[in-house]
Design a protein around this ligand. Structure first.
Ligand SMILES: *Cc1c(COP(=O)(O)O)cnc(C)c1O
Length: 447
């Protein structure tokens, strides 16, 4: 191994190709080096090391080409090494790479805030603060809601995922691996029941009543600064709430002076065929959080909300050294531009149109597929013991392992580890999707 970066001029063919055992010898060698020096807490879903990637294909150091159905957990929404993103970031690199926006400003930060104001739900004056990561966006949204309302309490939903910092660990549902042994956690965070139609069978109205009753009785609306909800839960297993659930929560928040925050870090930025998934549910959040898909893999995140809420913080209360970095901001501007120019919102619907019918057909064949759900390019299957709700995590592990052996990167999810999620790049072709679905069929057959 050398430390030289080899820039290839050959475009990566959009095809699956397995040329060694998975992981191959070069990956195994890198894995041994990693094991010696990288903390064990940083886990590795698959000990395969990536050399380059383009579109929906990832190439490992052994020359294997994988169809990427995870897109780095929904980050590479417009595709790996997108030319427009590379060009924008490269041009910015030559101009200025860091200025610290709270000392001296620069246009790309302002432009990203303008684009967010334009594309997030709601026809009112909006303002943004840019940060480095999703968790940091969640933290800042809570800070802002507390300052605006003068109240301490934070409400979240069961099965939520909001990050790994101290406050966001407290807000995340699942103990293992996210929280176990890492406490004590931030206080005044309240976990309320969510809407999980496959498991609770409740209508949106009944599920909302359950959530609201819990919050009113256990916390009291007057102590709540905000309710933070993912319109479609990400790590929790792509749980799509029942019709009317989110709208009922928002109405209750509005009636009680509670700031309604949509964590769209995974579901936003065109992933579901709308700019933000909130739009599918007829909700207009007071604050929306953006991160994963916003900048083609460069680290940047945003809190965008009603101007009067966002302006509640005193000057100097929000910021961060690298927050809103000019190179990442330039990449984000390119991503907004490409989604418009290539009409990528429509691509999410195309992907759903391929995945959903194929997964329903697999469900008829394999009764361990208990549920097929999701919207756009955010689709999942939940695996159970046939005809029960008993989670089947073992099958998920076996299927994702089989897929990797056959050149398909598949991600698991879910509180019970029994969900397979599909969140490919919007650049993936129908034929690559079909090919990956063929491998999935073989994976089920092999069980
Ligand atoms: C990934 C994610 C986060 C955390 O983002 P990081 O950039 O990993 O800190 C928060 N909320 C949701 C819904 C996410 O999917």
């Amino acid at each position: 191994m050398t430390d030289t970066i080899v820039v290839t001029t050959h475009p990566i063919s959009q095809e699956r190709r397995v040329v060694t055992a998975i992981p191959g010898p070069q990956s195994l060698a890198l894995h041994a080096r990693r094991t010696a020096v990288v903390a064990s807490g940083v886990s590795s879903a698959l000990p395969v090391y990536v050399e380059r990637a383009h579109g929906a294909i990832v190439v490992d150091v052994d020359g294997n080409q994988f169809i990427d159905l995870g897109a780095g957990i929904g980050v590479m929404t417009i595709g790996h090494t997108d030319e427009a993103v590379i060009a924008a970031a490269a041009a910015q690199l030559e101009l200025v790479t860091h200025a610290m926006f709270t000392i001296t400003g620069y246009e790309s930060y302002v432009r990203v805030a303008e684009l967010l104001a334009q594309h997030t739900p709601g026809d009112f004056a909006k303002k943004s603060v840019l940060l480095n990561s999703g968790a940091e966006a969640v933290e800042n949204a809570v800070k802002i809601a507390r300052k605006y309302t003068g109240r301490p309490g934070v409400a979240v939903l069961d099965h939520a995922y909001h990050g790994r910092t101290n406050l966001t660990m407290a807000m995340t549902f699942k103990a293992m691996p996210y929280k176990s042994g890492f406490g004590p956690f931030a206080s005044d965070v309240h976990h309320a029941p969510n809407s999980y139609p496959f498991r609770d069978g409740l209508s949106g109205a009944d599920a909302a009543k359950r959530t609201i009753t819990y919050l009113e009785k256990s916390v009291g609306a007057s102590d709540l600064a905000c309710l933070v909800a993912e319109p479609i839960q990400g790590e929790g297993g792509f749980v799509v709430p029942a019709d009317g659930y989110l709208a009922a929560l928002q109405d209750w928040c509005t009636a009680n002076g509670v700031v309604f925050i949509a964590d769209e870090i995974q579901s936003g930025m065109a992933r579901t065929g709308r700019w933000y998934a909130s739009e599918h549910f007829g909700v207009v959040p007071d604050i929306v959080l953006t991160a994963k898909g916003i900048a083609g893999g460069l680290p940047i995140a945003a809190v965008t909300g009603r101007a009067e809420i966002m302006d509640a913080s005193h000057a100097g209360g929000l910021g961060g050294t690298f927050a809103g970095n000019p190179v990442a901001a330039a990449a984000a501007i390119a991503v907004f531009g490409e989604i418009e120019r290539r009409n990528l919102l429509a691509e999410a619907g195309r992907i759903e149109g391929v995945l959903k019918p194929a997964l329903h057909a697999l469900q008829l064949k394999y009764p361990i597929i208990g549920d097929v759900r999701g919207i756009g390019a955010m689709i999942a299957i939940e695996l159970v013991q046939p005809a029960t709700l008993e989670p089947n995590a073992a099958a998920v592990s076996a299927i994702t392992a089989f897929a990797a052996q056959h050149g398909v990167l598949l991600l698991s999810a879910g509180t019970f580890g029994n969900v397979i999620r599909f969140l490919p790049s919007l650049a993936i072709s129908d034929s690559l999707l079909s090919e990956a679905l063929g491998v999935l069929d073989e994976a089920f057959a092999s069980l």
